[in-house]
Ligand binder design. Structure first.
Ligand code: ARG
Length: 501
């Protein structure tokens, strides 16, 4: 297919500046400078960008229809070859440094001079910035799908076991009773927000850097709007959607110098990882013998090499631990961009290591989390056994007093004294006190003062406000973690999930 190819034979390496690894170069330099080992995964995005660029070059008559035809056919063949044999594709040559050079070199090998025209008005600086933008779009979509699956797993758990009454914790001390569904909804809500954070990155997809060249643009009549159009209708939407309705970036300098989108993306991943780690910690605690609230499926625990009885929650621990890696990648990106001049600097090449590693980690953790949530057992009997410990209903008693006209601060003081009195009598739950006991302790706590409205502090109906099972029925505020809140939220989630399907 190649036409007159004098130029081609000038050197075995097509670009003078790719000197590091050739026969005259130093292999250490070649290894040091390369990004091919980790940027290969951008091949589809690189080819998509190149085709868009070539279509524009043809439109403005910098290349002929025939050149364009050859470039497109060549690039599509290359894409198919890589697809068929990703690791073994012979075009991966480390001395060419990166995915961009390898694909361009392979194209030139296939189609000769037409291929040598592709890089007109383009630099790897705008090329790599574009490839990343396209990649982020598909990556954000993928993470969104994984978060969705996790939310669905919480939803399924909430639906089947959501009414189990359990303690909630603040300071990891027993707080108020809730239902399991309330906890499931809480995690789902946190992950919904994580997905939202990722979707905000979409705003950044609206402009693309191609046509910015190395830094200053080009004196050739490149039509950047034409590239936008080509990108918009380009490609396989299951891989990436192309640039949506967007525009081209308005500063060639900023477009090639910026890695804001990488930082935004890894920040959004960091927040996702943070929530995963909080959940992992909570369930690690639930899985202890002391708590015994949950049993993690055998598939997701491991034994000890020495202690035969062990069933360790290693997957959860790794989810918790890997959050640290993701934060590390965010910190690396921020630090990498700190203090470099506005224009491309090779420091920026390192971005991909961190972006890909953070992405791979969070994807793995999300998938693992979904499996753990889908297979966990909540040990209802065990949770029930300990439910009457820790005075989970103390706040409810204070609220009962409020309904009888007692100022909340006074009620708080009285209930505090009542809990202490309970302990002194050798009781462990408020329900064990008689109405007379209650009133006597209240009198004592208040130094003989009487409640304003009712004659006595408490009546027989106080027991309807005590006991975790009663309390979870009484919450009435929007978003509460008891039965009414759970039922309402479950319905809302069903609608949301229905919409997404
Ligand atoms: N592999 C490089 C990167 O990922 C491509 C850009 C190189 N540009 C340059 N002028 N050396 O950043």
């Amino acid at each position: 297919m190649s036409d007159s190819s004098d130029h081609q034979n000038q050197t075995s390496k097509p670009w003078e500046h790719a000197k590091a690894g050739g026969s005259e170069g130093d292999p250490l330099a070649a290894r040091f400078v390369e990004s091919l080992s980790y940027d290969r995964r951008l091949y589809k995005h690189d080819i998509a960008g190149s085709i868009a660029h070539a279509r524009m070059l043809c439109k403005v008559n910098l290349i002929t229809d025939d050149d364009l035809q050859q470039i497109e056919t060549g690039l599509k063949e290359i894409e198919a070859e890589i697809e068929a044999n990703f690791d073994g594709w012979p075009g991966w040559k480390i001395e060419l440094e990166d995915v961009h050079m390898c694909i361009e070199a392979a194209l030139i090998e296939k189609v000769g001079d037409a291929g040598r025209k592709l890089h007109t008005g383009r630099s790897r600086n705008d090329q790599v910035a574009l490839d990343l933008k396209l990649w982020f779009e598909s990556a954000a979509d993928h993470v969104d799908g994984l978060i969705d699956a996790l939310i669905k797993a919480y939803h399924t758990l909430a639906k089947s076991h959501g009414e189990i009454v359990m303690p909630s914790y603040t300071h990891l001390q027993r707080a108020q009773p809730i239902v399991l569904g309330g906890e499931c909804i809480a995690w789902a809500e946190a992950f919904r927000r994580a997905a939202l954070r990722l979707s905000l990155i979409d705003d950044n997809f609206e402009d693309h850097p191609l046509g910015s060249g190395a830094i200053a643009g080009s004196s050739l009549p490149l039509d950047r709007k034409q590239i936008t159009r080509a990108l918009k209708y380009f490609g396989d939407p299951t891989v990436f959607g192309g640039i949506p309705d967007g525009d081209q970036s308005s500063s060639s300098i900023e477009a090639t110098a910026s890695r804001d989108i990488a930082i935004d993306f890894v920040y959004a991943l960091s927040m996702t990882a943070m929530w995963l780690s909080r959940w992992a910690e909570q369930w690690i605690i639930y899985a202890t013998t002391e708590f015994g609230f949950i049993t993690i499926d055998d598939k997701y625990t491991t034994g000890s090499s020495m202690m035969p009885q062990k069933q360790n929650p290693d997957m959860l621990e790794l989810i918790r631990g890997r959050c640290g890696n993701v934060y590390g990648h965010l910190m690396a990106l921020l630090t990498m961009c700190k203090g470099i001049t506005i224009g491309y600097n090779r420091d920026l090449q390192e971005d991909k290591r961190h972006v890909f590693a953070a992405y791979d980690t969070v994807c793995d953790c999300l998938e693992m989390a979904t499996r753990i949530v889908s297979t966990v057992t909540f040990n209802e009997d065990r949770i029930k056994q300990g439910l009457d410990r820790g005075y989970l209903d103390a706040t409810s008693l204070a609220e009962y007093l409020v309904t009888r006209g007692v100022p909340f601060r006074t009620a708080h003081q009285i209930v505090g004294a009542t809990v202490r009195a309970c302990g002194e009598k050798g009781f462990y739950k408020l329900e064990q006190l008689s109405v007379e006991d209650f009133n006597a302790t209240c009198d004592e706590a208040m130094g003989g003062a009487k409640p304003q409205a009712a004659g006595e502090w408490v009546g027989e109906d106080v027991y309807e406000w005590l006991g975790p099972e009663n309390v979870v029925k009484r919450y009435q505020t929007y978003g509460n973690a008891g039965l009414t809140g759970f039922e309402e939220q479950l319905k809302a989630w069903e609608e949301r999930l229905g919409e997404q399907e």
